[in-house]
Design a protein around this ligand. Structure first.
Ligand SMILES: [Zn+2]
Length: 163
């Protein structure tokens, strides 16, 4: 038995497929938590609490961003303008999520979609509907706001208007 095999037998050690190096495989489950500075998205959060979505628009080239960005990735301009996003649009694409991330394991399968709002912003969000089989690309959708039961946080979702 080689020294490596001996170590693998006694510790949670795996061999890196590319380099052959021995790697310790940590057995703890890591919880990740992100801290994001609020100052640059304050307008977005204020809008959310008042029932409006805000995106940003580049004053130089006109590119629109939702979720909002502070710098234009198309032309590099900074200090983009805040713009209220239209509350209605058309569903461009959707899917039903049935392989869920660990934090959503307790949820039923849920539809997620991208809508092109009437002013050209594109919004990605959960879709609330009684029957996901009734969803169609091109159908009219609106943005609605909701205080989630599980954590009391405000979020937005898309809702078919043709229901
Ligand atoms: Zn730009």
């Amino acid at each position: 038995m080689s020294e490596a095999e001996d170590l693998q037998g006694r510790f949670p050690i795996v061999v890196d497929g590319k380099t052959g190096a021995l790697l310790w495989r940590d057995l703890r489950t890591l919880k990740l938590q992100y801290l994001i500075p609020v100052s640059r998205i304050k307008k977005f959060l204020e809008g959310l609490s008042k029932g409006s979505l805000y995106g940003t628009r580049c004053p130089s080239c006109g590119a629109k961003y939702f979720p909002p960005r502070v710098e234009c990735s198309r032309c590099g301009a900074a200090d983009l303008d805040w713009v209220k996003v239209s509350s209605e649009g058309r569903l461009l694409a959707y899917t039903i999520v049935n392989v869920k991330p660990e934090s959503y394991q307790s949820h039923q399968d849920y539809p997620v979609g991208i809508a092109e709002m009437d002013d050209g912003f594109r919004v990605l969000a959960w879709i609330k509907c009684d029957d996901p089989r009734k969803l169609r690309c091109g159908m009219r959708v609106g943005v609605e706001f909701l205080k989630r039961d599980e954590d009391g946080l405000t979020t937005y979702y898309l809702k078919p208007l043709d229901d």
